[in-house]
Design a binder for this molecule. Structure first.
Ligand SMILES: *[C@@H]1O[C@H](CO)[C@@H](O)[C@H](O)[C@H]1NC(C)=O
Ligand SMILES: *[C@@H]1O[C@H](CO)[C@@H](O)[C@H](O)[C@H]1NC(C)=O
Length: 337
């Protein structure tokens, strides 16, 4: 939608005091999913993961107290954030190549690939100003948005806030779409995942990893947050991921007028199955302190410890799956040829 690109430009042009926003470098690309498939190594499909080094095959308890480093600029954030991975499927020979992730605009210098993470208390262009109290997530909290099995455009459109942009430049994103772009994008494919922000107040997770949360936003972009319903009365920060997929080296391999050649790591014939996972892991009350600080959320207001990205980039996790995901492959990792 137009509103999103206007917001994106406002972000560059003027100070915005409307949420915590920071970069996290890529941590690992691997087939693990401790939210949806705990204990299973490898998981069904490949993920791109950022955040703390407590990331593991299974994750329980207080992640924030276990993390000792993070790829995020916010040094007390040991959360993990992940999505599926984008692949280019060669239009004539059917081989796949993983699409690299590149830095978004306006992040701290040295951010490597990764994602832009937002915790928005109210909306994108006005401060919370105590419009509503925000409760930080509790240790052990996790959730997902979207689903790899989404198979219709109508259902994809119904997933408010799970969108694609065809990047003209890093800051000129064009319109938001519910499916992959239908022609090559000069500066890459931009994906956004907005999570719901109303909690049932009881469950750190649910069988589908979604029903303990509720989305009150009715249109795309960073719009203001209507009140939470009685079933999910607790207002949490609205978490958003942005990822820039550097598709530029594949543009010349996409013959003009032919269908979109990009697939997620779980395949599917469209982009409708876009989804993302969140594992809360802020240390102690650090996220709550940021949310309680009115007036200057954008950088943590001095309430949250930051680190330079060359320190963040030293944070690593052991590869627990050991699978080559680079170069041309005849089948997606974990998927049948
Ligand atoms: C991952 O879990 C295994 C098994 O519980 C444990 O031995 C290992 O130390 C964990 N790794 C990290 C980085 O927490
Ligand atoms: C498909 O094309 C790419 C790019 O030209 C090439 O590197 C790859 O080896 C091809 N795959 C097969 C199975 O021929």
């Amino acid at each position: 939608m137009k509103s999103f690109s206007v917001a994106a430009l406002a972000l560059i042009a003027s100070p915005v005091h409307a949420g915590l926003r920071f970069g996290c470098s890529s941590l690992i690309v691997t087939r693990l999913d401790p939210v949806v498939e705990p204990g299973r190594a490898p998981s069904a499909h490949l993920h791109h993961i950022v955040g703390g080094n407590a990331f593991n095959v299974t994750m329980t308890g207080d992640v924030g107290s276990r993390g000792t480093c993070t790829t995020c600029e916010m040094a007390e954030d040991f959360s993990n954030y992940w999505t599926a991975v984008l692949y280019f499927k060669h239009p004539t020979n059917g081989s796949y190549h993983r699409v690299p992730v590149t830095n978004n605009a306006a992040l701290a210098s040295g951010t490597r690939g990764g994602m832009t993470i937002y915790y928005t208390p109210y909306d994108f262009s006005s401060d919370n100003l105590k419009k509503q109290p925000i409760t930080a997530f509790k240790p052990g909290f996790r959730m997902t948005v979207g689903s790899p099995t989404t198979s219709t455009l109508a259902a994809a459109k119904g997933h408010i806030g799970l969108r694609y942009n065809c990047l003209q430049t890093l800051i000129n994103r064009g319109a938001e779409m519910a499916d992959f772009p239908d022609k090559p994008c000069p500066a890459g494919i931009f994906t956004v995942h907005h999570f719901p922000a109303c909690w049932d107040g009881k469950n750190l997770d649910s069988p589908d990893h979604q029903s303990h949360m509720y989305n009150t936003i009715t249109r795309d972009g960073f719009t203001n947050a209507p009140a939470c319903p009685a079933s999910h009365p607790v207002r949490m920060p609205q978490v958003t991921y942005e990822t820039v997929w550097d598709t530029t080296k594949f543009n010349s391999l996409w013959p003009s007028g032919t269908p979109n050649p990009y697939v997620w790591s779980f395949e599917g014939s469209s982009g409708y199955g876009t989804h993302a996972d969140y594992m809360f892991g802020w240390k102690g009350d650090s996220l709550q302190r940021a949310m309680d600080k009115d007036g200057c959320f954008y950088d943590g207001c001095g309430t949250i410890k930051k680190q330079t990205m060359n320190v963040a980039n030293q944070c690593t996790v052991k590869d627990m799956v050991n699978e080559n995901t680079d170069g041309w492959v005849t089948a997606l990792p974990g998927q049948m040829a």
